[in-house]
Design a protein around this ligand. Sequence first.
Ligand code: ADP
Ligand code: MG
Length: 879
Amino acid sequence: MPQKTSDTPMMQQYMAIKKDYPDAFLFYRIGDFYELFYDDAIKGAQILELTLTSRSHNATDPIPMCGMPHHAVQNYVDILIEKGYKVAICEQMEDPRLAKGMVKREVIQLITPGTVTDSNVNEAKSNNYLTALTTDDTKLFGFAYTDLSTGELKTSHLDSLEAVINEVVNLQSKEIVVDQSIDERIQDSFKKLNIMVSHQNKIEVKAELSYLTQSLTEKLEKSTVETLLTYITVTQKRSLAHLQKAVAYEPSYYLRMDHYSKYNLELTRSIRSGKKQGTLLWLLDETRTAMGGRLLKQWLDRPLIQKKQIEDRQIKVAELLDHYFERSNLQDELVKVYDLERLAGRVAFGSVNGRDLIQLKTSLRQIPKIQHVLSDLDDKVFGEMLAKLDPVDDIADLIERSIVDEPPISVTEGNVIKDGYNAQLDKYRDAMTNGKKWMAELEASERKATGIRNLKVGYNKVFGYYIEITKTNLGNVPEGRYERKQTLTNAERFITPALKEKESLILEAEDKSTTLEYELFTKIREQIKQVIDRLQKLAKQVATLDVLQSFAVVSENYHFIKPTLTKNHSIDIVGGRHPVVEKVMGRQSYVPNDVKMADNVDILLITGPNMSGKSTYMRQLALTVVLAQMGCFVPAESATLPIFDQIFTRIGAADDLIAGQSTFMVEMQEANRAIQNATPQSLILFDEIGRGTATYDGMALAQAIIEFVHNHVHAKTLFSTHYHELTVLDQTLTKLKNVHVGAVEKDGDLVFLHKMEDGPADKSYGIHVAKLAGMPEELLGRADKILKRLEIKNKDTDQTLVNAEIKSKKVEEPAEDVQEKQNHKTSEVDEQLALFQTEPADPQGEEVLAQIRNSNLMSMTPMDVMNQLYKWQKKLGNK
Ligand code: ADP
Ligand code: MG
């Protein structure tokens, strides 16, 4: 009976290895190929668009298989990682020609979305964070994260799952490592966010990594970092010498914003595209290095709350802003600095090549030039930084001496090490050159001896050196002069004993020199490994400098000014702008606005027509605060701000059109979070809260929320609303101030001034918006009529909650009012009847009319009205 395919020693080895990696694609190396088998092959062939074949297809149990050449593997790995899978790379651990029996194979690395380092998946200007979570009986969560490509390692303890999710989403982590203390429910909440959950129970961390956790005092933090380190060690199986000592941080050391708020403010990702374009980061990024780009993003994610730290950055920005030439020189020098952090990482992993080292050298050689620029600036401002910059000369010199200026990609095939660096290598090289010279001389002398002018000495991998003579000249070769070796169509190839002797000398020298070169290269790499921490410190300095110059450039380009940070609780911004909207629409078209909130004003109630700029105004303030606390200048003529501890941004569900998925429930949950967590030092933006439900409901909630914030929370709050009925609240709430967006009606058209003015708006402008949208005159006229009637009706019956409440405090209405009310009622019925009769007998029209008559306009948002008008227009036949 024939042996089953699955019983062959190779497939048994495969199964034994695969068993340890059930959740990963196993890339099994066979010769020059990586092969996938069974389900991996079926699924892999589909995702990677590879041809699905089978191993031993004539056997009774053909095994599904697909594969790719080893040199093309990176692309395939990238695709799988990007799609959220893991890939286990299984290599041949011995030379198949020398192996006795089965070639030994081992998984040398498990690549996962959170651990991938060398690929196109990692963008230069963003980090790829792997996070970890554990918990203990204290109910606190231990949280840790690292970027394997840069070696950054941080930890914290957080008091709620919400806080954890916030951190994970903020860091844009694609993978979180959990241990057995994290239950299914929690794991599910990550999976729902498309974050890979990997399981790892802590084991004893290797001695050489124990220093990483030395400075941690919290048991839970330490244990979480150890879990993370265990996972990295188990999956990476390579040197982690570049990991930096774990640093504990507190989210409350920074201006806190939950991920929902960041999302709404479009700090780093645009709501529409999820990309950088159109965000604050996009505007701010004038960094010249990858490290600077990443640090900028980190600063943006965590603005400061310490006055001194903020002012320290401000002073440096001011100095750079004042020195145009130095700043532009600095930029020119920074551009030539490569990604020191990731280079250091690759040194540790052992994956650097000659070109990387040249990049490292070039970067280090920039440091003295940067120092030179800094020395031209005020010593009091940049003196300390200047002193801290370490050009790591010793390493730059080492690379200078040892590595050729344009090395090949491969480090195992020679031509990497400079002449004169190693005496032995020079000897081998001499032998090679001499040998080659000898060959050249041989060619010349043999041509002379035989008279064959096109006689050639050549080389190929299979036959080595040979003498080649074309067929036409064969007759001229003296008998017995050469030994025949190979016949081609047009030529014969020959050898001689002397040629073969020289050949073996050359080949031996070549072989030895490439081996020696690789050895030397490895030694140089090990030497650089010893200074990884110096390189990382340098990288931080350079990144900081880069971000500061970026702030200065942005401040100059967009006319930002230095904000004053005040200890009291007042905001005074003159001529403030939304920097991104301004950039997009152009400085000329943007209307600047003031924000004035004295110590005794907590709430600005913002009313104004749709599309008039309410949301922009609110976001403008939040962005100004974020910029100020990052240490950047701000878009305004002048600005005085307190330091905020948190920002909450809630967009009313109905207004959250772009996200499209917001429900009223979410809106309320988010609002609740703000109300529960805000302090008097916080900033709250409530944009059209309450809009996602029926009018009275929504208005009642909006009012109650305003009152609650006013009476209990005391945070600085901007509240925009289309319920202009709420504006009377300033009569009862002393810390509330009305502002509105100015709009003028010109010949029946509405012109938005985008200008904030004190006091309430006088009405909503739904119909005007419908007009702007191009609806037919007839329809608009009709809507106007209906509205007028409803307004009259409303005024009389006094249905608005606010008015009802305020009125109830006033004296009873005089009797004639009641009489008038009844008059209105009758005239209204009359008019309706009249209208009804004059309409032509048109069933569609009838139906629309009935709907208009029955619709409760007051429970509709302007958007609803527009939608409804649109439907009616459709029904009536769009003319
Ligand atoms: P609202 O929230 O009142 O409906 P938005 O804040 O969404 O209005 O603004 C609507 C549009 O008006 C924006 O997309 C922008 O193009 C424009 N806009 C807003 N504020 C300004 C301003 N200060 N100057 C110029 N245009 C503005
Ligand atoms: Mg809005």
